[in-house]
Design a binder for this molecule. Structure first.
Ligand SMILES: O=C(O)CCC(=O)C(=O)O
Length: 252
C-alpha cells in the first residue's frame, strides 16, 4: 500500500491493514519468545500493567529482548503512526495479548487510555501485530470504522456498524486508537495471540514509563533513535509519565 492510500484509510476509516507484513522468521521468533515469556513469568505475566479476565498478557516487552526493539522501531509502521499523530510521538507501551481458548470474555468497546482527540488532534495510535490468524471464531479485533472522528467515547457494549478485522498471522493493523474497538470472545480451542505496540503524542504520559521499567544496563546499549522513541532523555516525559502512567481504556 502506498502512503497516500494508507493516509486515506487512516483519515477516513481510522485504520489500515498491512497484510502479511511480518516475514516468516520474525513471526516464528516472536511466537516462540512470547510463549517462552508466558512460561517464565507464570502468574506474574502482565503485572507491570494490568491483568485481564480469560486472557494472558505480557507487558514491558521492550525490556525482554532485541526482537521487540525491532518491532517498536519498524520504519514502515512508524511512518503510518506518523500519519495519525504527526512527527512528535513516542512509544507508550509494548504488550502481548492472548485470548484464551473457549473464552466468553468480550472486551467492551473502548478508546485506548480513554483518550479523546483534543485541540492538537489525535494523541494515541495502536498497532496490532497478528501472531495467529484472526478469524470470525477466535477473538478477532472488532472496531467501528470512522468512530475516531466522533469526538466521543463508545456509548454501548456493541455498535451496529462494528466490523471484525480478520487476517492471516503476520498481518499488522495500524489503528487510530481513538477508534472504538475491542477484543472479542475466542470460541476455538487455540489461543489467539497478538502484540500491541502503542504510541502516543509526546505531550501525553506513556502507558508504561519506559525509563523506569527497562533495566538501566539494557537502556545503555540503545542507540539514539531508540532512546528518542522511548523518550528516555525527555524531561517532559519524566514529568508526565512518573505520575500519570498506567491508564487503560477499560481495565481497572
Ligand atoms: O487484542 C485485541 O484484539 C484488541 C485488544 C485491545 O483493544 C486492548 O487490549 O486494548
Amino acid at each position: 500500500m502506498n502512503p497516500n492510500e494508507a493516509k486515506q484509510c487512516l483519515d477516513e476509516k481510522g485504520y489500515v491493514v498491512l497484510e502479511d507484513f511480518m516475514q516468516g522468521d520474525l513471526l516464528s521468533a516472536l511466537r516462540y519468545r512470547v510463549e517462552e515469556l508466558f512460561l517464565l513469568e507464570g502468574d506474574r505475566a502482565g503485572a507491570e500493567f494490568k491483568q485481564e479476565p480469560q486472557t494472558r498478557r505480557l507487558a514491558n516487552l521492550v525490556a525482554r529482548g532485541e526482537l521487540f526493539e525491532q518491532v517498536v522501531a519498524d520504519p514502515t509502521v512508524l511512518s503510518c503512526v506518523r500519519l495519525v499523530l504527526g512527527p512528535q510521538f513516542k512509544l507508550s507501551s509494548l504488550n502481548a495479548r492472548s485470548a484464551n481458548p473457549h473464552s466468553d470474555w468480550v472486551q467492551p468497546l473502548h478508546c485506548d487510555t480513554g483518550a479523546l482527540p483534543d485541540e492538537h488532534g489525535y494523541s494515541v495510535c495502536n498497532v496490532v501485530w497478528m501472531l495467529d490468524d484472526f478469524t470470525t471464531e477466535n477473538g478477532a479485533l472488532r472496531l467501528v470504522p470512522g468512530s475516531h472522528r466522533s469526538g466521543r467515547l463508545p456509548p454501548a457494549a456493541s455498535h451496529p456498524s462494528e466490523v471484525l478485522v480478520l487476517g492471516r498471522a503476520g498481518t499488522v493493523v495500524v489503528m487510530n486508537a481513538h477508534l472504538w474497538h475491542g477484543g472479542t470472545a475466542n470460541r476455538t480451542s487455540a489461543a489467539r495471540r497478538a502484540l500491541h505496540s502503542f504510541y502516543c503524542r509526546r505531550d501525553q504520559p506513556q502507558q508504561q514509563y519506559q525509563k523506569a521499567l527497562i533495566p538501566l544496563e539494557t537502556q545503555q546499549r540503545f542507540g539514539s533513535e531508540l532512546r528518542e522513541l522511548l523518550a528516555l532523555d525527555d524531561p517532559l516525559n519524566d514529568a508526565l509519565s512518573s505520575t500519570q502512567s498506567g491508564r487503560s481504556g477499560f481495565l481497572k
